[in-house]
Design a protein around this ligand. Sequence first.
Ligand SMILES: Nc1ncnc2c1ncn2[C@@H]1O[C@H](COP(=O)(O)OP(=O)(O)OP(=O)(O)O)[C@@H](O)[C@H]1O
Length: 241
Amino acid sequence: MKAASLPETPVFHTTGLTKTYHQGEVEVHALRGVDLDLYPGELVVMLGASGSGKSTLLNILGGLDVPTSGEVRYLDTDLARATDKQLTRYRRDYVGFVFQFYNLIPSLTARENVVAVTEIARNPMEPDAALELVGLANRADHFPAQLSGGEQQRVAIARAIAKQPNVLLCDEPTGALDSATGILVLAALEKANRETGTTTVIITHNASIAQMADRVITLSDGQISGEHRNPTRQDPRTLSW
Ligand SMILES: Nc1ncnc2c1ncn2[C@@H]1O[C@H](COP(=O)(O)OP(=O)(O)OP(=O)(O)O)[C@@H](O)[C@H]1O
C-alpha cells in the first residue's frame, strides 16, 4: 500500500497550542505548546501515555473544545476564535467522530442509525453504501443489541463517514474490543480513509497500530515528543497486537 502523498496546504495547522484546565485551585496543563500540521488524506496515528493530552488535542481539532492559547486552523477557519454556532456548523459539516463507546441509538436499526446523520448532512453518501464500506451491508436491518461490539463500532464508523466528512477523528476506537475484532474495525477505518480520502486521526494506546499509519505522532506531557512517517503503511489485517 502506498503512503498518501502530502500536498503543502495542511487541513489543520496549530502553533503554540495550549490548554489549561482549572479545577478549583489546581491548574492542569493538558497541552503545553503543540505545533502540528495535518495534511489532506493522510492517516495519522496518535500515541501517548494516559494523560498526555491526546483527547484534548483531538477535541480541539474537532471543535468540541477551544484552546487556552495558540493558533488552530481548519483550512481558512480560525477554530480558536470561532463562536459556538460556528463550531457547531463546523462539526456538522466537516467532522466525523468515532469514540471508544459507539453511542448508537438502541431503538434504531443499523441503517436507521446512519440515516439519522445522512438526513441532516450537506453531501451524504447513500446509507447502504456506508454500511457496505465497513462490511455490514448484510446487517443493515439489525438493531444494535443484535450486533457484536465490533459490528456496532463499524456501524458507528459508517455513521461517521456517511456524511462524507473532510476529517475523521477517532478516539480509542478499538479500546473496548479484543484484538481480532479491533483489527476488523481498523481495517474499516483504513478502507474509509483510502476510498473516501478523509483525513483520519486515530488515537490509541496500542503502539502496534502505528504500522497502519502514514504518520505517527507521539504526545508526552502535553507536547509532541516524536513524529515519524511510515514509507509504506501496513494492512491492518496483518497487524499483530
Ligand atoms: N475537563 C477537564 N477538566 C480538568 N482536567 C482535564 C479535563 N480533561 C482532561 N483533563 C486533564 O488533562 C490532561 C490530559 O487529558 P487527556 O484526556 O487529553 O489525555 P489522554 O492522553 O487522552 O489520556 P487517556 O489516554 O487516558 O485518554 C489529564 O491530566 C486530564 O486529567
